[in-house]
Structures are given as C-alpha cells and as structure tokens.
Design a protein around this ligand. Structure first.
Ligand SMILES: *Cc1c(COP(=O)(O)O)cnc(C)c1O
Length: 406
C-alpha cells in the first residue's frame, strides 16, 4: 500500500452491514423535518415551513432566535480569537459575568458549569464540602422533594422524582432522598447531624409546571436555618426572568444559600452557574471542584449581554403582563373546549393538564405550525421566548385551540 493511501477508512461500515439505528443515539423521539433557520419567535424547516416557537428550546432561547444583541455579543467575543482558555487562566468576560451576579444577587461567588445538571451536581458537592466543615462527619445527605427534576446525571438523577428516568439506572447515587413536599415531613427528616442540603425548584418544570406553595418555601427556609442545613434553589428553568422577576425566589421573599441557573443564561450556548453565599464560598479550596470548559470567554461574554437584557425592568414587566394575559387565554380555551383539567403557571411558564395524551395534541399542533412541549404524559407546557408579543401569542393560542378540539 502506498504511504499516501488514506488510512482513516478501515473502521467504516461496508454496504453489507447497513445499520437501521439512527446515527444520533436514539434517546429522543424527534419530529421528522430538519430545522434550518430561526428568526424571532419562529423556526423554519427545510421545506420553508414556519413554526411559532412556544418551547424556546425548553426555556433556553428567551430572547428568541437570531436576536441582534446576542449575535453582536457573539461577534464581539469571536473578534478576540479567544474561545477557550481553560480555568487555569483569567479572562475578563468570566470575571465580569461573575461580578455582575455578585452585584445583583445574594451571592458572594459564582462557579460556572456547562449545563443545568452539572450546576446541580456541583452544588451537591459544595453542600457536602460545607457540611464536612461543620465537624459532623456523617453530614452529607441531599434531600429533594416530590415532583422534582434536577437532571440526568448520577447525583441529580437520584434527586429526580421520575421513576421512568430512574429505574433502569439503579443503583443511583447514595445519600440522596426524595421526600414529600410538606413541612411536617421535612421536620422529621432534617437531622442537623446528617442532612447537608435541601434542593427545590420554586416552580417545578418537568414535574408538570407546579408552582410550589410560597408558604412551604418560606417555612423550609426557616427550618433549614434552624437545623443548619443549606437551601439550594434550582432556578434552571424558572429563573432569569421566566416568571416575571429576574430570580423566581424574589417573589417568594426568601434567600437561598446556593442557587443554580442554566437554560437561558447564554440564549442557547451551553453554560450553567452555581451562585453561592459567603458561608459556602469560604470552605471551597483550589482543587475541590473543576471543569475544563466552564465559563469560557465566548460563553461568558454572551451570557453577560443576556443577563442584562433579561433583568431589564421593562422586560420583566412585559413578562408579567403578557404572562397574566396568556394565563387568562388558556383558561378561556379550557372553558370553551371542555378538554382541559387544570391550568397552572406564572409569568411565561404555564402548564395545561389535558384529558388526551399531550403527545397527540403536540403532534397536531406541529402539523399546524406550532411548537409545544409536554411536562408529563397529560400536561402541555408553554415556555415561549420572553420577547414574544401578545399578537404572536394569540396566533399560537388559535392553533392550540384547534389542535385541542381536533
Ligand atoms: C433542565 C433542568 C435541569 C437540567 O439541565 P440540563 O442542562 O438539561 O442538564 C435541572 N433542573 C431543572 C429545574 C431543569 O429544568
């Protein structure tokens, strides 16, 4: 064989062994068309068909597609030629983004991760690191509540209350317990000698868009303080403007010890963050945790632009007003069709329990050019871009109503 012959083909399949399997591992059921373009609240498929996007990449593209500010921030970052440095070196965008959060939240320090699950996994580690520093050697337990979703990785899966996600992967990470969403139960479970942290979503997203009772959350904050246990709020889905305040916990009037965020943080670029108070920050030492990519200059520069946009009072007022109107319209659909069991939500995060399987309605809506996602078998979930107008929502509501009636 001449030395110039290609040597990369020897693992390729021959025609004799074709594969019926999808090249991308089959962990998702995907709609058939290829999506090729996005603009504002619309996505376009390969045939030029336009879809109104009430999913926003699952609460990610809050500023919509092809947003001029996001695109410009990306160009500015690319112009430096520096996409990545690793966390061995300092960069200005990461420091500016961290400083922004320190200036605009309870946090004294921020750790950047690459996704929501990673942010929560990190928060669990930080909680255990802190717990050991209290002198109780058996203090390590992480407690989550009924209906929770915190991610698909070992620790976060153990804290996720969805049997179908959990059962094939047992044994799950130890030292993680799911309890009822009730103060009485937590009072019996929270032992200061063994419990490190409680994690809860102020609005449970995947679990069916359940607005957790603010009284429960305020009581939980008090109880965790009493028992010397950390409170972690997971605002990966409900945070960053989604419910009409920049952080969901502002509306509840509590302050967590740690807060995790991710989904919309860079409007589609993968970044997550753990915001920690000074008590937690003080125990973390070099070497205690790490990430190769986390908080790189491109992502951080774009995220810095995004958080300024999403925290703008005019944006938050738009979310509150448009969201309240949207909730009323969903109720109207419920009243007119008789096909809806319940509606829950806040801001631009809503769930609608339907009699039919949600997937059937989502399929018919897709045919009519409307993108919807479920949250459980009988719940439709609405997570539109936060920049959506009332007229655009009205367009979606009309399609939704016809898809529910069909
Ligand atoms: C999506 C989500 C996660 C997991 O985020 P990934 O980026 O998918 O790992 C965790 N918690 C909540 C509340 C979420 O909505």
């Amino acid at each position: 064989m001449p030395s110039s012959a290609p040597t990369t083909a020897f693992t390729a399949k021959t025609a004799a062994e074709p594969s019926a399997l999808p090249a991308i591992l089959g962990t998702y059921k995907r709609q058939a068309p290829l999506f090729v373009r996005g603009d504002g609240v619309y996505m376009f498929d390969e045939h030029g068909k336009k879809y109104l996007d009430l999913v926003a990449g699952i609460a990610v593209t809050s500023l919509g597609h092809n947003d001029a500010g996001v695109m410009n921030a990306m160009q500015e970052a690319l112009a430096t030629g520096l996409i990545h440095t690793s966390n061995l070196y300092r960069t200005a965008p990461g420091e500016a983004l961290a400083k922004w959060f320190v200036d605009h939240s309870f946090a004294s320090s921020v750790f950047f991760a690459n996704s929501g699950a990673e942010a929560n996994e990190g928060a669990f580690k930080f909680a255990r690191r802190w717990a050991k520093s209290t002198g109780h050697q058996a203090k390590h337990e992480i407690i989550a509540v009924r209906g929770s979703f915190h991610g698909r990785m070992p620790g976060t899966l153990a804290a996720t209350d969805r049997p179908a996600y959990r059962l094939p992967f047992r044994p799950l990470m130890g030292g993680v317990t799911i309890v009822e969403r009730e103060l009485e139960e937590l009072r019996t479970v929270l032992d200061p000698e063994t419990a490190a942290a409680v994690i809860v979503e102020p609005i449970q997203g995947e679990g069916g868009v359940r607005v957790v009772d603010p009284e429960f959350l305020r009581g939980l904050r008090e109880l965790t303080r009493e028992r010397n246990v950390l409170l972690i709020l997971d605002e990966i889905q409900c945070g960053l403007g989604r419910t009409g305040s920049f952080f969901a916990h502002e509306q509840i009037g509590i302050v967590p010890d740690m807060l995790t965020i991710a989904k919309p943080l860079a409007n589609g670029l993968p970044i997550g963050a753990i915001l920690v108070n000074d008590e937690v920050a003080r125990v973390m030492q070099p070497g205690d945790h790490g990430t190769t990519f986390g908080g790189g200059p491109l992502l951080a520069h774009v995220a810095h632009h995004v958080v300024q946009r999403l925290s703008d009072p005019a944006m938050l007022q738009h979310v509150r007003e448009t969201g309240a109107w949207f909730g009323e319209q969903l109720q109207g659909i419920a009243d007119r069709t008789g096909q809806v069991r319940a509606i829950r939500g806040k801001g631009l995060m809503w769930g609608m329990d339907v009699h039919e399987p949600a997937a059937a309605i989502i399929g018919r809506a897709f045919e009519k050019g409307l993108l919807l996602v479920s949250a459980g078998e009988h719940t439709l979930r609405f997570l539109p871009p936060l920049v959506i107008t009332q007229a655009e929502l009205a367009e979606g509501l009309a399609i939704l109503e016809s898809a529910i009636q069909a």
